[in-house]
Design a protein around this ligand. Structure first.
Ligand SMILES: Nc1ncnc2c1ncn2[C@@H]1O[C@H](COP(=O)(O)OP(=O)(O)O)[C@@H](O)[C@H]1O
Ligand SMILES: [Mg+2]
Length: 359
């Protein structure tokens, strides 16, 4: 998709501002930066991705070329941004960071692309949220390392191809399925990040405790790891809350009982369900007899927006087999009843729900 040269300057300003905003945003980012593994060797878990990516980078290094474009996909908090930074670090190449939502016009992207230096790593977070015209421009840039700049207006306008130096695009997405095929196909390597095993989270918690100077007893990390929903970001966040508790209400040492007491206080239960997750299951079982009930009704019952229930609580509950989405509404599984300490209904009902209306 061609863009107009006037757009280039305007876009450059917008881009610079949003870059600064992203860097300065929120407290957590600063802490996360301190906890991020800096090399592939430091990355805990994800051994297959680590091996494969390590090979891609090593081969590129040997050839003295920029590595192929890399797509990182997976749920939030599993290490996509971390890996993007590691790629730049391991290649000894500067990193440019932007995100899909920041690229609303093709011109935004053109400004970024035309400013790239040879070998640079361009990280586009949430790449599935980029605008369509920008996406089309990206195809050309990824494949042929060029963008078309339109000079002039109306019938006299001409597209001048602008050569780009070889660079590596690293895209991150939580929704790989939303990426158009042509874009997905232009990545030479796709890494899909999986949820972490408790043992891996345990190692992450111990590593973070070391870096943050938290006094962690050998039995303290498991409790945090087990409640972290397979997600390093959550593990690190729980560790910080437990540390607060240990400091204020105990002698500063994070032991298992201290971690338990702290996480109970913050309403994160042994399986990692939080207040909202339990409220959803509770309403489903106690008020609606286990369902099926529509998600909007369920949301009203717990006093939340429908989107919050659908996007925040449900994915985890579904993944862990507590709740099923059926065409007639949500139903609680046996595991949900048991987890709430309730007896499941006597009549066995089909947990997969009716298939009558499914396509
Ligand atoms: N494999 C890992 N080993 C150690 N820490 C990790 C790992 N993956 C993620 N983290 C930590 O979790 C936090 C979130 O990771 P991040 O890369 O920002 O996730 P994403 O970009 O996928 O949302 C970071 O602070 C990072 O330190
Ligand atoms: Mg990220």
């Amino acid at each position: 998709m061609p863009f107009h040269e006037d757009e280039l300057e305007a876009a450059e300003e917008v881009h610079l501002r949003s870059l600064t905003a992203a860097e300065a945003e929120g407290d957590e980012r600063a802490v996360e930066a301190a906890l991020r593994p800096r090399s592939l060797d430091e990355v805990v878990g994800q051994s297959r991705v680590r091996d494969q990516l390590g090979l891609v980078l090593e081969a590129a290094r040997q050839r003295g070329r920029a590595p192929d474009h890399v797509l990182l996909s997976g749920p939030p908090g599993l290490g996509k941004t971390t890996l993007a930074m590691i790629i730049s670090h391991e290649m000894n190449a500067p990193l440019r960071i932007t995100s899909g939502p920041a690229i609303t016009h093709a011109g935004d992207l053109a400004a970024i692309l035309s400013g790239l230096n040879e070998g640079e790593v361009l990280f586009v977070d949430e790449i599935h949220r980029m605008s369509r015209p920008a996406e089309e421009m990206l195809y050309l840039a990824m494949e042929d390392f060029r963008v078309d700049v339109v000079i002039g207006k109306g019938p006299g306008a001409t597209a001048i191809p602008l050569e780009l130096p070889p660079f590596t695009l690293v895209g991150a997405t939580t929704r790989a399925g939303l990426l158009p095929g042509p874009l997905r196909d232009r990545f030479g390597f796709t890494a899909h990040l999986e949820f972490y095993e408790p043992e891996e989270l345990d190692r992450i918690v111990r590593r973070s405790a070391d870096l943050l100077g938290v006094d962690l007893a050998p039995d303290g990390s498991g409790e945090i790891a087990g409640r972290s929903r397979g997600t390093p970001r959550i593990a690190n966040r729980l560790l910080r809350r437990v540390r607060d508790y240990a400091q204020v209400r105990a002698d500063g040492v994070v032991t298992r009982p201290v971690a338990q007491a702290a996480l109970d206080l913050y309403e994160v239960d042994e399986l990692g369900l939080d207040r909202l997750d339990r409220a959803v299951l509770d309403a489903l079982c106690r008020r609606f007899g286990g369902g099926p009930v529509g998600v909007s009704t369920l949301a009203v019952a717990v006093g939340e927006e429908r989107e919050t229930v659908e996007e925040v609580a449900e994915p985890f509950l579904v993944r862990n087999g507590f709740l099923a989405r059926t065409p007639r509404g949500r139903i609680a599984t046996r595991a949900a009843w048991t987890h709430l300490g309730l007896a499941p209904p006597a009549l066995p009902y089909d947990e997969s729900g009716p298939t009558l209306f499914e396509d």
